[in-house]
Design a protein around this ligand. Structure first.
Ligand SMILES: Nc1ncnc2c1ncn2[C@@H]1O[C@H](COP(=O)(O)OP(=O)(O)OP(=O)(O)O)[C@@H](O)[C@H]1O
Length: 366
């Protein structure tokens, strides 16, 4: 069952086209992440779905009812949509309870009902109900984001829109808040559209990812599928860190300075850009640099793993990830092996540059 359907959405600001025919379906109860570089049109799409802005053409359908189509444009408060903005945007002069119950109709909801509803929602977003009398400035950033979510949930929306809701939180808080928010959305069976340019957020939170480039979706699918088979070089780089090497594809294998490597997806014969993830690169001892032509030039320790930068034969650099610490420090010669198939994209033509979109009938188009 589809909670949200968007078809043929176009929007321009002045002469500048921002959305160029956006199509998207969000399944009921699922989390769909829109992942894309800054300025590609993510927030514009969210604002049109919420009813804050008007599309120039196209339709928005919520649970089978058109809310934006031709001359019919339902105002935001008639759409049963919750919206959580980047900074949470709580009312600073209202306490937590008043913030959460702000959108509830006064005449139909008594004081006691409002207090009970606020307490229940606080519990739902894993916050202590004793916070109800605090003001936003007395809360941490993560607590404020959860109150913002509780406020969006108060009116029992069928769809919730999250616009980079965790970007202002530090890494540890972001992860904890993300987990709590996903658990809440799943528990309430709320359909969710999440806008982010954080690939880890999209991969870990979403059931479905839609990659946006230049105002249209260039590839959609489950996170595992997109990560395994990105349709363009741009999508491959958007989905996670990677080393890129010049190579040549011949009959399903890419020859590059690290060997003749099998491919994850078809790439036509000829000059290509080869994309290798850090977890695919393994380092081992080498006698001297002359043996392998590879030398460690940098080492970054992240706690759970270490990223080692290596200059390989021909002068290109690659980044390998090793669990825990590593014995390979700058200046040390190493041997580099690649595990598993790699992505390769033609160096000329559609999809060859990082910001390219695939051709209309290409593998990533819908
Ligand atoms: N009200 C407006 N008037 C004119 N141009 C606008 C307006 N709102 C957005 N834009 C432009 O439309 C383009 C898309 O903006 P949008 O905010 O949708 O991008 P985004 O993908 O959400 O970016 P970010 O990730 O940086 O938030 C940008 O070039 C932006 O400058």
């Amino acid at each position: 069952m589809t909670a949200l359907s968007v078809h043929g959405l176009h929007k321009r600001y002045g002469r500048v086209p921002v959305l160029n025919g956006v199509d998207l379906d969000v399944a009921r109860g699922s989390v769909t992440a829109i992942l894309g570089p800054s300025g590609c049109g993510k927030t514009t799409l969210l604002r049109i779905v919420a009813g804050f802005d008007r599309a120039d053409a196209g339709t928005v359908t919520l649970n089978g009812t058109d809310v934006s189509s031709g001359r019919t444009v339902l105002p935001p408060d008639k759409r049963a949509i919750g919206y959580v903005a980047q900074e949470g945007a709580l009312f600073p002069h209202l306490d937590v309870q008043a913030n959460i119950t702000f959108g509830l109709p006064y005449l139909t909801t008594g004081r006691r009902q409002r207090r009970d509803r606020a307490a229940a929602l606080l519990e739902l977003v894993s916050l202590d109900p004793s916070l109800a009398r605090r003001y936003p400035h007395q809360l941490s950033g993560g607590q404020q984001q959860r109150v913002a979510l509780a406020r969006a949930l108060a009116r029992k929306p069928s769809l919730i829109l999250l616009d980079e809701p965790f970007s202002s939180l530090d890494a540890a808080l972001r992860e904890a808040t993300r987990t709590a928010v996903v658990a809440t959305l799943k528990a309430e069976n709320i359909s969710t559209l999440l806008v982010t340019h954080d690939q880890a957020e999209a991969l870990s939170m979403a059931d479905h990812i839609a990659v946006m480039t230049d105002g249209r979706f260039t590839q959609t699918g489950p996170p595992q599928q997109l990560y395994a088979r990105p349709a363009t070089l741009g999508t491959a780089l958007l989905l996670g860190p990677a080393s890129t090497l010049d190579g040549t594809v011949d009959n399903g294998r890419a020859s590059c300075p690290l060997g003749a490597l099998p491919l994850t997806r078809h790439c036509p014969d000829g000059d290509a850009t080869v994309v290798i993830r850090p977890e695919q690169l393994h380092l081992s001892d080498a006698g001297t640099t002359a043996d392998t032509g590879a030398t460690v030039i940098g080492c970054e320790f992240f706690g759970a793993d270490t990223v080692v930068t290596v200059r390989i034969a021909g002068g290109a650099t690659i980044r390998a990830r090793a669990a825990g610490t590593t014995p390979y420090h700058p200046g040390r010669p190493v041997a580099v092996t690649v595990h598993g198939p790699v992505h390769a994209y033609p160096r000329q033509g559609p999809g060859s540059r990082p910001d390219d979109v695939p051709p209309a009938d290409g593998p990533g188009s819908r």
